[in-house]
Design a binder for this molecule. Structure first.
Ligand code: SF4
Length: 231
């Protein structure tokens, strides 16, 4: 039986809810904590341990690791997306930003042109912030960072700029599940909704299909940290 979505009810809920809802990152913006988190995240790029691959390359000096990404944002596309889970989509769509490249290397990736072949453009932090604001103006219900792990510092820096200019949509962290707990802790109070993959329930499948040795070990730790933050 297909699931029907009650758009009329969702519209009423959205209007009522939006009047009360203010994402936690807006409080962190006021206190200066968002700026501190963005700086701490950027520092991780100097010997990159943003994900469990721990490449320890200096991305601030132009080196790149397995994800082939430097210190600037690289974006493939952005826009309202209506193919996500219905609570994220509502009537205005989920405001997706597809980040180029990935810290995984899955042989079955449905977006391999973006994740592995590098389709996308390097953009400034201001331009990335403007994408978020544009999605808000277009009526999206959230900002959905797709494959954010390897670009988390860039996203936080852009989020600060966007929040200063009035962004107040919840943040969705739509990641591959191969995450560093240290990096995730920097997102506490910033990300409202985690939407991780849990691709495999054992390390061997991750080794064979995503070319990482410890997918399930790291994924379990990451899921526990996400749950600690947002329940
Ligand atoms: S984010 Fe990229 S460079 Fe950093 S540890 Fe992961 S794969 Fe390596």
């Amino acid at each position: 039986m297909s699931e029907r979505f009650d758009f009329a009810h969702q519209n009423q809920f959205d209007s009522a809810h939006h009047e009360q809802f203010s994402p936690a990152y807006r409080r962190l913006l006021s206190s200066g904590e968002l700026n501190q988190r963005a700086r701490a995240a950027r520092a991780l790029l100097g010997s990159c341990t943003l994900c469990p691959r721990n490449c320890k390359v200096d991305r601030l000096q132009g080196e790149t690791g397995t994800c082939r990404t430097g210190a600037e944002p690289v974006v493939s596309s952005y826009g309202p997306h209506f193919g996500e889970e219905s609570p994220l989509v509502g009537h205005g769509g989920s405001g997706t930003i597809f980040l180029t490249n990935c810290n995984l290397n899955c042989i079955f990736c449905q977006n391999c042109d973006i994740s592995q072949l590098g389709v996308g453009e390097e953009v400034t932090l201001n331009a990335l912030a403007e994408m978020m604001l544009s999605l808000q103006r277009r009526g999206c219900h959230n900002i959905n960072w797709v494959t954010p792990t390897h670009q988390m510092p860039q996203l936080l820096a852009a989020l600060e700029i966007a929040a200063e200019k009035g962004l107040d949509l919840p943040i969705v962290y739509n990641c591959g599940g191969y995450e560093s707990v240290e990096a995730l802790r920097l997102l506490d109070g910033i990300v409202d909704i985690y939407m991780p993959d849990a691709k495999y329930g054992n390390n061997e499948s991750g080794r064979r299909l995503s070319r990482v040795p410890d997918y399930w070990d790291r994924c379990q730790e990451a899921l526990a940290e996400m749950h600690r933050q947002v329940g």
